[in-house]
Design a protein around this ligand. Sequence first.
Ligand SMILES: NC(=O)c1ccc[n+]([C@@H]2O[C@H](COP(=O)([O-])OP(=O)(O)OC[C@H]3O[C@@H](n4cnc5c(N)ncnc54)[C@H](OP(=O)(O)O)[C@@H]3O)[C@@H](O)[C@H]2O)c1
Length: 228
Amino acid sequence: MTSNTAETVLITGAGRGLGQAFAALYAAKGWRVLCALRDPARHDGPGEAVRLDVADPASIAALGESLQGVAIDLIINNAGIRGDTGGLSTLEPQDFSEVMTVNALAPLLVARALHANLLAGRGRILANISSRAGSLAEGIVDDDDGDYAYRCSKAALNMATVLLARDFHRDGIAVLSLHPGWVRTDMGGDEAVVTVEDSAAGIKRILDGASLADSGSFHAYDGQRVAW
Ligand SMILES: NC(=O)c1ccc[n+]([C@@H]2O[C@H](COP(=O)([O-])OP(=O)(O)OC[C@H]3O[C@@H](n4cnc5c(N)ncnc54)[C@H](OP(=O)(O)O)[C@@H]3O)[C@@H](O)[C@H]2O)c1
């Protein structure tokens, strides 16, 4: 696979929800869009499907191998899952580990596997789709579900953003955490207040204007800074 367009974005979990909306937005702007999906055969939207199960480190490594030599300007670590919302009494170790693997470990492994691709690109942005639910300062202010796994995983992802921002600074790669709002997707549900189009467009606006000076920051889709 070779890169032959001006700008390339790779989006994890691009088959539905926010990931699919990102793919549509960037494709409409003429970007080459690499849609990383568990089942590429089911891909019917814009962009090129590439196989990726973020829960499987071997799959992440294989993606890195298959994309060797491809310049990538922007990676959006978007794939995510929720855990059990019943609180401490129903917390299952297996469920907790799965959520941590997908939401916190996988973005780190993707960053490592595709580091050379980002270096080869001009944009040099790594976007981690986090959640205000993982903010230590704001996460439980007006949102009181008991999803320990999800909240801990997004808090961990935020620390991953801070560490990656430090480690990638010398390479000129900016790393950002982004909160998409409460979005009407399978995850957000029908009562969510933000449309997937508005959320994706807001995050794209932030990424369009992002520079190394923004690395290590945490913003919501509407541009508001979120406290860690
Ligand atoms: N919706 C909200 O209100 C909200 C709020 C805050 C943060 N977020 C964050 O925004 C991101 C996108 O959420 P969403 O609302 O679009 O969720 P969604 O509609 O549930 O979609 C989740 C996406 O993640 C993918 N995914 C899950 N496990 C995967 C795996 N092991 N390998 C590859 N892909 C996997 C899914 O792929 P499959 O189709 O293969 O399952 C799907 O494309 C997530 O990180 C989420 O935590 C969402």
